[in-house]
Design a protein around this ligand. Structure first.
Ligand code: NAD
Length: 519
């Protein structure tokens, strides 16, 4: 308890969202504007990934609690959707200010629960904050359309209106950014929102809920439940929930997409990835190697946009020794330690999985140029650390290539030409992100046009668009029709109502019933 309280200068916030009556603090639920202790008998431990010490517990919400949360969303919907758009905008303007003021405190909590470095955790909050800022443009984003005089005295208006209760289910790797992709966009459009954060990192979402309440969001407009499969099934099945936003693994995402759609809901599902960085021999070597190493090993590779596969083309294959040297120089340590580059993985299970995928590469004939297994971190001997690892001579059939590793492991392939590299990328089932490194405009243009991936970087290793655009992963990385945030996010959280109206002058009154189809 002391450890958790010490991470935050705004201790009052922590005391609202957690209960400190037992030896390990418990995470509360947020139901109908109140932070309440769950009555469940089932709890999950939250660990500090750098030490594996238990730092808190999170409840598996009971059926009754989940029903209370969704009922609260339903009750709040009418008045929230009727609240003026300017008032909703003002609440989110205050919310973004509170996030800015507490950015460092949120980041400290992310490092504690998730493990990433403090600087990276600040980036996590910042990229979410940008979505909140974007949501504040709702007065432009939600504009409808009109066409006057479609016939005599008749006009058509199209309004964008909210859907009702929407829900979000989030992963462990971005405890601030991904919840902030969801409820601010949904709520600013007039929907009420039920959030189920990752059970491994629930703290940040709870602090955000407190800030939103302090910004003036009425009771019931946001509710938060905790749990795993039962909570997910509840969201997929409850008839009051009209739309589900999911971000996480393919296993969960495919399941939620099918179950939610079967129940008549809109579902947008962002899932796993295998992102390729294609390195042309004409690239700026210094920049490319630094970008590649940063994007492969940053956040310990636990990013859906991590550049986890490098395809070296032609002469660029000779850059491998320098790539290895740069990766070797990265400092592995607990996320709050000075100078750290690579923090721990989320759990001992994740560490064991990553290590076994490294071994599978070796067994299948890849060359282990840098081995991060058995890395020792002084003072953090029980942490889930894996150091930067590089496997070369990887082929498309190897398990270390076919599976998303989600750890600090770069697999390296070689290609003789740009066409061969494009062929490799397009044969991979995932389409989340990719980057090409080149100084040749024609090469870059060919790549961006021919590669079948949703987010393409040209000399930009992690091409996640700013929120005025959308997060456009494709193929096996996405299910649904409309992406997160940007214009597509507004589209996801709204429906269109068209009104056709005729105001005739009195002397134009119909003389008889119009029985034919109006044209
Ligand atoms: P995860 O799928 O294990 O968990 C995500 C959420 O789904 C959690 O809230 C969890 O409680 C729930 N869940 C987990 N397993 C479930 C199941 N079998 N059935 C129903 N619900 C289930 O994902 P994670 O490990 O937290 O996150 C890592 C994954 O998320 C990686 O695959 C990563 O690529 C992906 N991700 C994708 C994006 C993107 O935008 N494409 C962004 C971040 C992370």
């Amino acid at each position: 308890a002391a450890l958790i309280k010490s991470v935050c200068k705004t201790k009052a916030l922590h005391q609202v969202v957690r209960c400190y009556s037992s030896s390990v603090p418990t995470t509360k639920l947020f139901i109908d504007g109140k932070f309440v202790e769950s009555k469940t008998s089932e709890w999950l431990d939250i660990h500090n990934p750098a030490t594996n010490e238990v730092i808190g517990r999170v409840p598996k919400a009971t059926q009754e609690e989940m029903l209370a949360a969704v009922d609260s969303c339903s009750r709040a919907y009418h008045s929230w959707s009727e609240t003026s758009i300017l008032s909703r905008q003002q609440i989110f303007l205050r919310f973004q200010q509170l996030i800015k003021e507490n950015l460092r405190e949120l980041a400290k909590l992310i490092t504690l629960e998730q493990g990433k470095t403090l600087a990276d955790a600040e980036g996590d909050v910042f990229r979410g904050l940008q979505v909140v800022e974007h949501a504040c443009s709702v007065t432009s984003l939600m504009l409808g359309e009109t066409l006057p005089s479609i016939t005599k005295d008749m006009d058509i208006h199209a309004y964008r209106l909210p859907l009702g209760v929407c829900a979000g289910i989030t992963p462990f790797n971005f405890p601030a950014m991904i919840p902030l992709w969801m409820f601010p966009m949904g709520m600013v459009c007039g929907n009420t929102y039920l959030l189920k954060p990752s059970e491994r990192v629930p703290g940040c979402a709870m602090l955000l809920a407190k800030m939103l309440q302090d910004a003036g969001a009425p009771d019931g407009t946001l509710n938060i439940i905790h749990g795993q499969h039962d909570a997910v099934n509840f969201i997929c099945d409850h008839p009051a929930i009209k739309a589900i936003s999911f971000v996480g693994s393919n296993q969960a995402g495919e399941y939620i997409y099918k179950r939610g759609c079967k129940n008549g809901k809109r579902v947008q599902s962002n899932m796993g990835a295998k992102n390729h960085g294609v390195v042309m021999p004409d690239a700026n070597k210094e920049n490319t190697l630094n970008q590649l190493v940063g994007a492969a090993f940053g956040a310990a590779g636990q990013r859906c946009m991590a550049l986890s596969t490098a395809i070296l083309v032609g002469e660029a294959c000779s850059w491998l020794p320098e790539l290895v040297e740069r990766a070797k120089a990265l400092r592995v340590n607990a996320g709050d330690q000075p100078g750290v580059d690579v923090g721990p993985l989320i759990s001992p299970q994740a560490k064991a999985r990553v290590e076994s995928l490294i071994q599978s590469g070796v067994n299948e004939g890849a060359t282990l140029l840098l081995d991060g297994r058995n890395v020792q971190v002084k003072g953090y001997e029980n942490g889930n650390f894996v150091g930067p690892t590089i496997l070369s001579k990887v082929t498309p059939q190897m398990k270390c290539y076919t599976e998303e590793i989600f750890g600090p492991v770069l697999v390296v392939m070689e290609a003789d030409s740009l066409d061969e590299a494009i062929g490799i990328v397009n044969k991979n089932p995932y389409g989340n992100g990719t980057a090409i490194f080149t100084t040749n405009g024609a090469t870059a243009r060919k790549y961006m046009h021919e590669v079948d991936v949703g987010q393409v970087g040209v000399n930009v290793p992690i091409p996640v668009p700013l929120p005025m655009f959308s997060f456009t992963g494709s193929r096996a990385s996405f299910r649904g029709d409309t992406n997160f945030y940007g214009k597509q996010g507004i589209q996801f959280y709204t429906q269109i109502k068209t009104v056709t109206s005729q105001w005739k002058a009195e002397d134009a009154t119909l003389k008889s019933p119009a029985v034919t189809m109006p044209t």
